[in-house]
Design a protein around this ligand. Structure first.
Ligand code: MRU
Length: 337
């Protein structure tokens, strides 16, 4: 992704491996500062994923892959390293896919590098397929951050927007702020600004207002886990955006690589939903916003039933929910997957 550092435009990745360390942009600090953190062992990897220094399903997978290669080089107990990293967050399927991939490939550094490269190239493909759905003048709504930061580069939901912009289309993006952690306002808006894509941040509860006014004509979001029937988990608040899109006759697309599809589970009922610390809801930027006696609930994801999905944009092409058997067969023949 393009990043402006002290007036100079540089191309950086969200996560990479260098000098036997996993390095990543600390996503908790954006947009205030671009700070790089270095992970030196599996415990650091666990903390970085759990505390969301790195987040977004594919980026979590890549961090785990590099983390396991590093743990192997460090001569760590690999059973313990796997179990620790596996327990960092429960919902994004990419984490488990990456761990299985690394196990099959003996935790080698070359396998981790291949995993990261595949994910990056596949997200560009998602961008190319998704771009075919975007017309000049489209006004697109997105939720959370499914951009380069959430992948390694390109993004999933944001990749089609980047390619549409690069191919000369004039587009506008409504960015849901995405409480409680504000991935939309802090990360997606920052990425779109770096890429020069016209956008406005809106309060989460403003999406229906703009949809009803016909000010949104396309919704594209990412996913953390997609079940065999097309039900999918994504950031909390996605479900209500999908329902609103259907009620307002707006196409609703889910962009995700094969590594996010969990064909072992039949429906969204089986997706484990992470519930995070109540303080993420009770405070903003470390300042309490409610009475001290109040508690909060903080589910990090919700599940959107397949009936609200127009289609899935993947690196294999575009599939309607009732075409996922075809996708399943393509994934099963894919040597990388
Ligand atoms: O809790 P997060 O920030 O890890 O949640 C991320 C999302 O919900 C993204 O939309 C999803 O991982 C897709 S990222 C390409």
């Amino acid at each position: 992704m393009k990043v402006n550092i002290n007036g100079e435009t540089k191309t950086v990745l969200a996560v990479w491996y260098e000098d036997n360390k996993v390095k990543l942009i600390d996503q908790r600090k954006i947009p205030d500062e671009i700070s790089i953190i270095e992970l030196k062992n599996s415990n650091d990897v666990y903390n970085a994923i759990r505390d969301m220094a790195v987040r977004g399903a594919p980026a979590i997978g890549v961090t785990a892959a590099y983390g396991l290669a590093m743990a192997k080089k460090n001569n760590e107990d690999m059973e313990k390293a796997v179990e620790l990293i596996r327990s960092s967050r429960p919902t994004a399927y990419d984490l488990f896919k990456a761990i299985d991939y690394m196990k099959k490939n003996n935790f080698s550094e070359s396998a981790a590098r291949r995993y990261a490269l595949e994910i990056t190239e596949r997200s560009k493909k998602i961008g190319e397929y998704g771009n075919e759905l975007i017309k000049n003048g489209d006004r697109i709504l997105t939720h959370c951050n499914a951009g380069a930061l959430a992948v390694v580069d390109w993004g999933t939901a944001i990749a089609p927007m980047r390619i549409a912009k690069d191919s000369g289309k004039n587009i506008f993006v409504y960015v849901d702020e995405t409480r409680p952690r504000l991935q939309g306002a802090r990360l997606t808006a920052w990425e779109l600004a770096q890429e020069g894509i016209d956008h406005s941040i809106i309060a989460d509860n403003a999406a229906g207002y703009f949809m009803k006014k016909k000010d949104v004509n396309l919704v594209i979001v990412g996913a953390d886990r997609i079940a065999a029937n097309g039900d999918f988990a994504n950031k909390i608040g996605t479900y209500e955006k999908a329902v609103l899109a259907k009620v307002n006759n707006i196409p609703f697309y889910v962009a995700a690589p094969g590594s996010t599809f969990d064909f072992n589970i039949k429906s969204g009922d089986e997706i484990p939903i992470e519930e995070r610390d109540e303080n993420e809801v009770l405070s903003i930027n470390g300042k309490n916003i409610g009475p001290s006696q109040s508690h909060a609930r903080n589910p990090a994801f919700d599940v959107t039933p397949n009936e609200y999905v127009t289609a899935f944009i993947t690196e294999y092409g575009i599939f309607k929910p009732n075409e996922l058997e075809k996708l399943r067969s393509l994934i099963s023949k894919d040597l990388f997957m």
